[in-house]
Design a protein around this ligand. Sequence first.
Ligand code: ADP
Ligand code: NI
Length: 224
Amino acid sequence: MSDSEIVERTIAFVKETLAGAEGGHDWFHVQRVFKNTLFIAKDEKVDVLTVSLAALLHDIADAKFNNGDEAIGPALAENFLKELRVKKKTITHVVKIIKNMSFKNSLQKKRGRKLRSKELFVVQDADRLDAMGAIGIARAFNYGGFKNREIYNPEIAPNLKMTKEEYKNSTAPTINHFYEKLLLLKDQMNTETGKKLAEHRHWYMMDFLQQFFKEWNPLALPTD
Ligand code: ADP
Ligand code: NI
């Protein structure tokens, strides 16, 4: 099977598997990450098939929606790629990328699973970009709504020192998520292209927050 046929088959599989997924983690999220991946990959020496498959399969079974089970996604991806008879070396790399994208850093270190590959860096940047900017804002509020969280609550301050467990069980308002995660992404980008795109999306979120607080508290600010 040709590489483009493998990619086409994977797209069909992901679309089918993610039918009915929450709006921030649906096929369109995957499609955007795939597009970001191809865009970033233009400037990097990476294996295009590997980054394409990793982008397409990275959220195939998010632990958040599978009782915290982090093994389901990588296993599903592996089985699917085996059925397509993708080269073993490519499968191994794709599965490692997916694992590294979903495991939180602290856990990775503990279990010694940390992978460093250019292909991982590209897909990771592509995924992080989709959590930023206008789309990042839309996704955050969509996810918050899905979890029935408050938009904002002035009495609940962001917590920058949450453990993974606390983070998972957090019921904090969605605005806090910007300070706990989204505004930190800019400095976590790996590639030059990723950094450039992230910069723009970062400042867009900062503008949004400024406007949000102005509207929340009109009396605190001069009117002109
Ligand atoms: P990804 O699937 O992109 O790797 P996550 O699964 O961590 O990343 O989050 C997916 C989307 O859901 C992101 O846009 C993120 O901002 C949003 N999200 C995750 N946790 C929260 C939260 N506690 N509050 C609001 N949005 C969240
Ligand atoms: Ni994702």
